[in-house]
Design a protein around this ligand. Structure first.
Ligand code: FPP
Length: 220
């Protein structure tokens, strides 16, 4: 095992390849997402161990609505169950959870669960886990610009205003962005926030991205 010379403050991950992982095994796509939840847990555990201050995960893009209804509902269901199952672990490990994105479009019961989780973990002083849900970079920039102009009519926006109006306002920009599954694109993720971010791409599919793979990314 190599050395991690410097622990980044904020690591962000585009979790990709669940569908292909499942197809390779002759399984339904949802089985890949299910296995992917295990990788969410593993990455968070390593982030906590290494005292990474912020771990953000791209869990659902505004473009993911175009997927079959069963798959979208399956994803909501997985997230709902993960919240129920993991809240205690998160609190015990001093993890604070933030869920960012266009949350109004989520099913009501999931919205309630999300708010409950954020509230229940709000005292966490260790790693902040940020789940980007129904998020896209263009949407974020648009909502920031619209909100700013409504609150400051006739005022020209400055870069620091944009920083303060994005949904990530309270969070430092990512130092490292990881994308799994061999895709080497930003895919409408944090467009503004990744201006200076280092990118790390791996061919490993998300369900296989566990602690040792995360370590490799950090070492690099
Ligand atoms: C990308 O794989 C993955 C997603 C769109 C969903 C990621 C969500 C999870 C792992 C569950 C999240 C759960 C929690 C608790 C945050 P893909 O379906 O695009 O794979 P493909 O490109 O191979 O088809």
């Amino acid at each position: 095992m190599g050395e991690i010379s410097k622990i980044p403050q904020h690591v962000s991950i585009i979790m990709d390849g669940n569908g292909r992982w499942a197809r390779l095994r002759g399984l339904e796509r949802l089985e890949g997402h299910k296995e992917g939840v295990g990788s969410v847990r593993a990455s968070l555990e390593l982030a906590v161990e290494l005292k990474i201050k912020y771990l953000s995960l791209f869990a659902f893009s505004t473009e993911n609505w175009s997927r079959p209804k069963d798959e979208v509902e399956g994803l909501w269901n997985l997230m709902f169950k993960a919240i129920e199952r993991e809240t205690e672990f998160l609190i015990e490990n001093h993890v604070r959870v933030l869920i960012l994105g266009n949350l109004e479009q989520l099913p009501q019961d999931l919205q309630a669960a999300v708010h409950g989780l954020v509230e229940a973990t709000s005292g966490g002083t260790g790693t902040t886990l940020i789940i980007m849900m129904n998020y896209s970079g263009k949407w974020d920039i648009m909502q920031a610009a619209n909100r700013f102009s409504k609150e400051n009519p006739g005022v020209e926006m400055r870069p620091e205003d944009m920083d303060n109006y994005l949904v990530t306002a309270s969070i430092p920009d990512p130092d490292l962005l990881i994308r799994t599954s061999g895709e080497e694109r930003i895919s409408n993720y944090m467009l503004w926030q990744t201006a200076y971010t280092e990118f790390y791409f791996t061919k490993v599919f998300w369900p296989d991205f566990r602690k040792s793979e995360f370590r490799l990314a950090l070492e690099e």
